[in-house]
Write a protein that binds this ligand. Structure first.
Ligand SMILES: [Zn+2]
Length: 251
């Protein structure tokens, strides 16, 4: 099985587990697990933005050694794939944004194909991800990704099957659709305060679906800045977490 087929299978698994979990929650009135899942989904999205995107892909802030290791492993929870793979694909996207070489370009391959990641992508390229491949923690995540994911499911299932829904499946589904909304919506609709060389936009709906990431035109015009919301109303919870708890100094 190729890495791409593994990723599609994984996303299908997360969606099935989320739907099955939701069915049992409704049947048994176990609404507390839905509430827990929604809270954890929000936190997972914030950490997907902080760890995969702002820290690993763009190196937009520096942090302490313990927090560095934490940010490399928390990527597993987001369900968006091994960090090396995600970062390589993302750096390639920035380099070729809105050109035919941009695999995920919704204007070329279509919005649905882009949303559901039905396109070829890079899984390893020394040009785009050598720094991550040289890090033992990122290599460990890459080499053991599926074992870790399914072990987590097994452990939580033994403790309480509802936790598979709240802690793993719903956060992974939320991160998947949140990231998809950024790949599609913020390259098609929205306002453009910066005249960047691509068609990136700021889109408030995408910012609800993936908190802090919807201000994509700001991000594409200044990829090294960890602050994506520039106006007071451009809600950016990942930047707040970075500022308060993670950043030791700027890049
Ligand atoms: Zn980026």
């Amino acid at each position: 099985m190729t890495m791409q087929q593994k990723m599609w299978t994984w996303h299908a698994w997360s969606h099935v587990c989320a739907l099955v979990g939701l069915y049992f929650i409704v049947q048994n009135n176990a609404w507390a697990y839905l509430a827990l899942g929604v809270i954890l989904a929000f936190i997972a999205q914030v950490f997907a933005s902080i760890s995969l995107h702002r820290y690993l892909a763009h190196k937009s802030f520096k942090t302490g050694p313990i927090r560095d290791i934490f940010l490399r492993y928390i990527t597993i929870w987001t369900g968006l794939g091994p960090s090396i793979m995600w970062v390589i694909a993302h750096r390639h996207h920035h380099a070729h944004s809105d050109t035919p070489e941009d695999f995920q370009n919704p204007r070329i391959i279509g919005k649905l194909r882009s949303w559901f990641t039905l396109y070829p992508t890079l899984y390893f390229s020394p040009r785009w991800g050598k720094d991550l491949y040289n890090n033992k923690h990122n290599r460990f995540v890459y080499n053991h990704y599926w074992k870790i994911q399914f072990s987590l499911y097994l452990i939580l299932f033994i403790i309480n099957p509802y936790l598979c829904f709240s802690v793993l499946a719903l956060p992974a589904v939320a991160c998947f659709h949140g990231a998809a909304s950024i790949g599609v919506l913020t390259h098609v609709w929205g306002y453009r305060p910066h005249n960047s060389r691509d068609s990136s936009t700021n889109n408030w709906l995408a910012n609800i679906l993936m908190p802090g990431e919807g201000w994509h035109n700001h991000h594409h015009s200044r990829p090294g800045d960890y602050r994506y919301g520039h106006k007071w109303w451009e809600w950016d919870p990942p930047a707040w977490v970075i500022e308060k708890f993670l950043k030791t100094h700027d890049r």
